[in-house]
Design a protein around this ligand. Sequence first.
Ligand SMILES: Cc1ncc(COP(=O)(O)O)c(C=O)c1O
Length: 398
Amino acid sequence: MVALPCLRPSLRPRALVTLGWELLAGSTAPEQVSRFTDEVGVYLKRSTVLFVPSARQGLRLLLRALGLGRHDEVLLPALTYPAVPAVLRELGITPVFVELLPGTLSLDPSRLAAARTARTKVVLATHLAGLPHALGDLADFCSANKLILLEDCAQAFGATYDARPVGSFGLAAIFSLATTKAFTALGGGLLVTDEAALGAALLESCVGLPRQTRSEALPLLGKAAMLTVATSSLVFPIVARGLELGDRLGIDLVDGLLREREAGLGRALHLHRPHPAFAGFASRQLGDFPSRLRRRRHVWHELRDRLHGVPGLGLPALDPRAGFSAASFPVFVEDKRGFRSRLRRSGVDSSAGFIEAFSDGCPEAQKTLDQLVFLPIYEELGERELELLVRAVRTALA
Ligand SMILES: Cc1ncc(COP(=O)(O)O)c(C=O)c1O
């Protein structure tokens, strides 16, 4: 039986074994971190790159280095990852949520002017689901209003706008390298900027953070290995049975495992800089990332073509200037719960996403979330899997 997990981490078993060996043998060197950040700098076209504990910690360091705090406001989309407004609030900054542009996962640039006040300091462009925001509009708005443009690229490593990498448009940007991301270091994040003085200040605040020890790093490797095995084509058909059973009992097991209960900054994992072995691991992943990205984009477009016109299915609008990270495949349906259950019965897992709508005064964001489902997408989706997926979607909507 073929069954498709919603997510299959971009991890090769051999890479995990090498990492495990390095961690156990203690054969890693701190220089691995600078080599990795230099390579990322070349890829993202940014002069300063820091390998930080997580994207949210990166954002926190960044906002502090910029001197933002009480009395300041940040404009961001009303649909986002909940840790982001939690970071702002922790620093006393007021998040001001901006309504979404219908049919997209991005804020509506025409609403920025009304949302802006004398206290607004930053616009946080958020490239949700690896779909780049129309950066030209945001950059124009920021420069006309003397605001700082920052980018939340947590879900968008590899995405481009006008053939330029996301993360190279604003003053600075954050990326998440969590295990479920298309480019991963099994944890940690990246904080990037071209601004020399800001880069130096960030570096200083970052070196003060403690580093993960080997005993903190090993469980992360174990978790990644478990996820790799559980989502492999051999084992997932069995896992899928369990998920379906959970579904019949009204329990979403994947959601239960992966959704963060605590959306703030509290967990130790997010306070420690990643172990240098993870930099070596990510550095090796970066080598073949461009070819994997090409393959994922090919699969993404193939799936989109085949789903185009399926009755009852909405696909996000495409911006011809945007290059996707193709790390997730969002669709819109009316009966989200029922659709996901019916997909599961056909052996296809999906995700409701781990983002939230901050919908006070933003009904479009709530409506988008109510209809949003993420379908499986990864490089290994071959002809047979694509066919199964498209058939399952059609059946679920019939
Ligand atoms: C849009 C967005 N921003 C920020 C984050 C936080 O990333 P991290 O878990 O590395 O702190 C995430 C996590 O997935 C995210 O999706």
